[in-house]
Design a protein around this ligand. Structure first.
Ligand SMILES: *Cc1c(COP(=O)(O)O)cnc(C)c1O
Length: 395
């Protein structure tokens, strides 16, 4: 069925209207809401394809130069020395996790992957795809991996290489697995063959920009990290970055004559447009601009906790996290505000672009729903204080 240009435009207008409307009450998913990429529209009428290894390059219609600059920016942020830097722009955090664990498997084909039960759902799929054995470790109530359970599991699987996938922010509770503690467990068990991947979809960029946040970078001997581009950085197209050490890349590198490059990425043809999006973000904001955005998010997180406390709505937040976990509201509110929910909890995520007005509007809605369904009084975390048993105690 052919549509006239007019009909087509009407459909697009009404779709656009609906999406804009939804975006006005979108606080449950970790997407930066400050997007400004219309200046890049001329590039949409070009087929930009970053097929191959950005560090090898070729003279095709690509944005390899910008891609390398993006990777170098993150390499610098994550303390990876320039001469041991490798990475590429992926189509999201999932591809970054797949790449990291693929590299790990090539290094340790008989390795066992350890990750916590609150890890992203992509992990289970990835270990299946890679045919790896895995061991899912219980978490503490705040969502962080249980180190003594990990210790026990590693002990019971002695002699296998250990592939660890650490959560640098779990999806639901924003819990950060402590790299130092993970490494202590490895040392304690005298594990000589190990690989440490970090799933830093959201906090992978934020933590290095925060003062006094736990360190997650190549300076503390991680092997790879995956970060989503459409989360903290902000992109209209899902994308991400994955970084690793150049010295490992030979494990997955194949020369392909007709692309005049190496095949070392998960995807063949790759989006060169989202590379420009990320490149523009780092060029416009730089470390300082991104740091300011992190500070704004953390300030809004404190504000949100405060106003939730004022209406006595059970709420809690991990340290260094902008994910506020709340008691699950009624379904109509979950739908209206796009709240990710699991069991008896939901969360709101204070991403760049979410101001007091939006939070206040949300709080008004919560308050209204509460008058219909009274809650008991509860206590809350005060600034900087970590509660022993947060979720279990509060909800
Ligand atoms: C969002 C998320 C992912 C997946 O990222 P995509 O970019 O959606 O593929 C992986 N891990 C965690 C912890 C996430 O929150």
């Amino acid at each position: 069925m052919n549509e006239s240009n007019l009909e087509l435009q009407q459909h697009l207008n009404s779709l656009h209207f609906d999406l804009v409307k939804k975006s006005e009450t979108y606080i449950g998913y970790p997407n930066c809401q400050l997007l400004d990429f219309e200046n890049l529209s001329p590039f949409l009428n070009l087929t930009i394809n970053n097929v191959g290894d950005p560090f090898v390059g070729n003279n095709g219609m690509n944005t390899f130069t910008q891609e390398k600059e993006v990777i170098e920016f993150f390499g610098h942020l994550l303390k990876l020395e320039q001469d041991d830097l490798w990475g590429y722009v992926t189509n999201g955090g999932t591809e970054g996790n797949l790449f990291g664990l693929y590299l790990a498997r090539e290094q340790f084909p008989d390795g066992v992957v350890f990750f916590s039960e609150e890890s992203h759902y992509s992990l289970k799929k990835i270990v299946k795809m890679l045919g790896l054995k895995c061991c899912v470790i219980p978490t503490q109530p705040n969502g962080e991996i249980d180190y003594s359970e990990l210790d026990r599991a590693i002990k019971s699987l002695k002699h296998y290489p250990v592939i660890l996938s650490a959560n640098i922010g779990t999806t639901m509770k924003g819990a950060i697995d402590d790299i130092k503690k993970l490494q202590c467990v490895l040392q304690k068990n005298q594990v000589s063959r190990s690989y440490l991947h970090c799933d830093g979809a959201l906090f992978g960029v934020m933590l290095p920009l925060m003062e006094e946040a736990p360190r997650v970078d190549f300076g503390c001997a991680i092997d790879s990290i995956a970060i989503s581009g459409h989360k903290f950085l902000g992109s209209p197209i899902p994308c991400g970055v994955v970084l690793t050490r150049k010295s490992k890349i030979h494990l997955v590198q194949n020369a392909v004559e007709y692309i005049k490059s190496f095949d070392s990425t998960v995807s063949g043809s790759r989006d060169g447009f989202s590379v420009l999006v990320l490149w523009q973000v780092i060029k416009k904001l730089g470390v300082q601009g991104l740091t300011d955005r992190v500070l704004d998010c953390m300030e809004m997180t404190e504000y949100t906790l405060k106003v939730l406390r004022q209406i006595s709505w059970p709420a809690w937040c991990n340290p260094h996290s902008n994910i506020v976990v709340i008691k699950k509201p009624p379904v109509p509110l979950i739908e209206k505000w796009h709240l990710a929910s699991e069991d008896n909890i939901s969360h709101v995520i204070l991403m760049p672009g979410i101001g007091r007005e939006k939070v206040d509007h949300f709080i008004q809605d919560l308050k209204k729903s509460k008058s219909r369904q009274p809650l008991q009084n509860l206590t809350f975390r005060s600034k900087g204080e970590v509660h022993e048993n947060p979720i279990a105690n509060y909800l």
